[in-house]
Write a new protein. Structure first.
Length: 169
């Protein structure tokens, strides 16, 4: 009888540890995939340039097309619908939120030194998302947020990732 109780106890401990490990693996996988996808999405957004400005030697983002490229990249890589909600075969269970999307280009005005245009290198600071980066050229900055998927018991965590893609001269 004592060995049966010990056996059941060990099985329960094993099950608990397995659930914890599965959730930790989900957190790690989700964080890595969000970061990698965000890197691809800001790159795709940075490809949308205003060709008339480019012909004059300026890198200026076509912000409407850049946002479209950004969202299409997210939808493709994370298997999301048009509202950035995961479809049935997606790894994710919660909506992906674009918390911040910003374009710093040759026509962006430096808010700390109006009305001058940004000159590169430019020290970019965003205190809301704790981003500080020295930009060597026109850049796309984005922040995504979602909740980690859970397939077993446990509270999901909030995953927030930031990425910067810049043209370097």
């Amino acid at each position: 009888m004592g060995s049966t109780i010990k056996g059941i106890f060990l099985i329960l401990i094993f099950a608990l540890v397995s659930v914890i490990q599965w959730n930790l693996d989900s957190d790690k996988t989700a964080t890595r995939q969000i970061k990698n996808t965000l890197e691809l999405a800001v790159h795709d957004a940075s490809l949308a340039l205003d060709e008339s400005q480019l012909s004059q030697g300026y890198i200026v983002f076509d912000q409407v097309q850049a946002r479209t490229n950004f969202e299409e990249s997210l939808k493709y890589h994370l298997k999301l619908d048009n509202n950035l909600i995961p479809i049935s075969n997606s790894f994710y269970q919660h909506e992906i939120k674009i918390k911040h999307l910003e374009y710093i280009d040759d026509r962006t005005v430096d808010p700390s030194n109006p009305p001058q245009l940004v000159s590169f290198p430019y020290v970019y600071q965003n205190s809301k998302y704790d981003i500080v980066d020295v930009l060597d050229g026109p850049s796309v900055i984005a922040v995504l947020e979602t909740r980690s998927p859970r397939y077993f018991a446990g509270n999901s965590i909030t995953i927030r990732q930031a990425a910067v893609y810049e043209y370097k001269f």
